[in-house]
Design a protein around this ligand. Sequence first.
Ligand SMILES: O=C(O)C(=O)C[C@@H](O)[C@H](O)[C@H](O)COP(=O)(O)O
Length: 367
Amino acid sequence: MAVIPVQLAGRSYEVLVDHGLLDDAANVGAAFLRKETVPIVADTNAKAHHGKRLEAALATAGHKATWFEVASGEASKSWQGLQELTDWLLAQGVERGDQVFALGGGVVGDLTGFACAILKRGCGFVQIPTTLLAQVDSSVGGKTAINTNAGKNLIGAFHQPALVLIDPATLDTLPDREMRAGYAEVIKYGILADREFFDWLAENGKKVVARDPGALVHAISTSVAAKARIVAEDERETSGARALLNLGHTFGHALEAETGFSDRLLHGEGVALGMVLAARYSARRGLISVEDAALVASAIEASGLPSEISQLGLYCDGSKLADHMLHDKKMDAGTLPFILLRGIGAAYLAKDVALDDVASFLDEQLQ
Ligand SMILES: O=C(O)C(=O)C[C@@H](O)[C@H](O)[C@H](O)COP(=O)(O)O
């Protein structure tokens, strides 16, 4: 089993990665189970595929589950979804010292984490992510949020989980498209800070997406360790280190907003396109070679992810996409910092980017 610590003084926790870990959840999570009944928030698919396994694991230690089901999809990360969940948690008598379990993808983790951040001014939660994207990214680091009409993740809190349990075997039932979307966040770690990992993925990415157990554990553990290092350095995204994890997201969130946060573009697909755009924009500014930008695009294409915004069939211009960016949480005194590349494995926060230049770059890309 890989044990990856997230070192945050009093809020430190471990991320455990192992095939079959779900069946051992009560054992490894024993310290976090203080009542007979365990409140579990799960999306419909995760409950259908993994609910019985988690129930059986809890039963071995004398616990039973009580479930709150969340519909799959970003629409559940809403004020209404939050209200329904917090009402349910209160009805279950959840106390500050209790742990609420979140079983599912990023939507369930973000929603449950935010509900736990504000319930009685903060109770505990344990993440059991069952999508690749949630395993390598959203379950670690304590960013919790809901969406509003103005944009994604605009209402939220930093609230760290008490434990993260990752069982790569839960990915066996994940649709291929979701698997590829999660892979975008894996390759992100290579592009932003680890050229060696990027090159390893060029060789082994297909195995990761095909769920080869060894390749998967290596990809997940390397990604989580990278995230844990950055979060430990800059938990609340104040020094700029954590903002690098947003590589591809400034473009990606704008594309998601333009496609209505719908199934037309999954978050990971938006991030994939966003990373290609960040690389091309970096090349346009002379920061990296056109060849390196093409290498980023081909690594993304090779995994079956979209690499051209024209593939989305959008009927808008660059300035419309740039307008969505004005809601970005990185916005600072009227300036939007962008994560650009000085090389593959060398991302940095650029504070001198003019949005109208980005808009005209996007116009070219939309043709
Ligand atoms: O954990 C972080 O920090 C990240 O930026 C990771 C992102 O991949 C993740 O999608 C995050 O939820 C987006 O953050 P946001 O601040 O842009 O909402």
